[in-house]
Structure formats: C-alpha cells, structure tokens
Design a protein around this ligand. Sequence first.
Ligand SMILES: [Zn+2]
Length: 77
Amino acid sequence: MTRMLISKPAVRVADVLDERCDRCGARARLIAYFPSGRSLAFCGHHANRHAAHLTETAGAVVVEPHFAWRGVEEAAT
Ligand SMILES: [Zn+2]
C-alpha cells in the first residue's frame, strides 16, 4: 500500500484541554482541527487508534503536555 502525505498537521501543545472524547466521552488529550472547519476531540486511546488517519486529514492538532501521541511519529515518517 502506498501512502501519500500531501500535508502534515501542525502539532501544538496546550496546557489543558477542556474537552471530552467524541468517541467514548473520556477526557480528551488531543483535538484535531480539519480544513473543513470541523474539530474532533479524542482521548489518548482513540487519538492513538486513529493516529494514521488524523495525520493525513487534520490541518492542525493540539495535544496535552506529556501525551505521547503516536501521530507525531507517523507524521515524521
Ligand atoms: Zn475515546
């Protein structure tokens, strides 16, 4: 399978994310902002589970400090 990364999301770190995971309702550790203007919040579990997809579709990503998001590695490869 060939992966095409047209653009990689800018990853920023926020002090606190006052959001809940849109998938399971747990405290969010990552918020992804999409070019369409939508945003989605993810807990650590779901942020990592969808990391590959998020690095390909999100325009910007905000993570909590000390949250080791898998997507940072995905975006670096
Ligand atoms: Zn979740």
